[in-house]
Design a protein around this ligand. Structure first.
Ligand code: DC
Length: 230
């Protein structure tokens, strides 16, 4: 990282799937006029690329080099990041449950994670970046000016995901979603490399009983404080 990049402020929003971190991070980036990184989309993108190429989710030897050499382009729309893989628009495929499970499995491989480090850091551009994921505050941007770790109970997260998928017209089963979320939490939290855990200097916010606006208000107060102390 050069001095110019290091001077670009980063806010990290980490947490488990369904905690609301995606929506919160995007809204925050929008309010501040900063760039936005949805790092989970990168893992999902690697999953889609592997599935298209017939690479199995346990084939780390093939997944690492593939993740390193992806032909990918990013844009931004009202709904978040827009992603082109091999010139094809694949954003719509990223959020299915099949891709979620595949992405969670391959994200445990050190070679896959290593392949994505520089790509994630390259989103750090003036005037600032809001980065959402699992290890944004612990590994990718340890020098972030503000680190948020957003949680919610597995029940609340399953219900939110259920509503989201239903709105998109996917046929979903709440009990199945709940079980998938629990399994994914366990895999994401117990992997040897970059497990899902708050950075020691992160502010942990439980969003179970909070609206998006309430969470944003809390973050705004924390941000004002951190701006004063930086
Ligand atoms: O945030 P998400 O649900 O879109 O992420 C999809 C998967 O990618 C998730 O199961 C874990 C993995 N992931 C990760 O390991 N590290 C990140 N920084 C972001 C996501």
């Amino acid at each position: 990282m050069n001095d110019r990049e290091a001077s670009v402020p980063v806010i990290t929003v980490d947490g488990p799937g369904g905690s609301g971190k995606g929506t919160i991070a995007m809204r925050l980036a929008d309010q501040l006029g900063w760039h936005f990184l949805d790092s989970g989309a990168l893992y999902r993108l690697v999953a889609v690329a592997a599935m298209d190429r017939g690479i199995e989710a346990d084939d780390e030897a093939a997944l690492g080099p593939m993740a390193q050499n992806l032909d990918v382009n990013f844009g931004i729309s009202n709904d978040g990041m827009v992603i082109l893989l091999d010139g094809n628009y694949i954003t719509g495929r990223l959020r299915s449950e099949t891709v979620s499970v595949f992405a969670s499995r391959i994200s445990a491989f050190p070679r896959v994670r290593a392949a994505l480090v520089q790509r994630q850091r390259s989103f750090r551009k003036s005037p600032g970046l809001v980065a959402d994921g699992r290890d944004m505050g612990t590994v990718i941007f340890p020098d972030a000016i503000l680190k948020i770790f957003l949680t919610a109970t597995a029940e609340a997260r399953a219900e939110r995901r259920y509503k989201q998928l239903k709105e998109k017209g996917e046929s979903v089963n709440l009990t199945r979603l709940f079980q998938d979320i629990k399994k994914r939490d366990e895999r994401d939290s117990n992997r040897a490399i970059s497990p899902l855990k708050p950075a020691s200097d992160a502010h942990v916010i439980d969003s179970t009983e909070l609206s998006i606006n309430e969470v944003l208000q809390i973050i705004q107060i924390l941000l004002d404080d951190s701006m004063i102390s930086h």
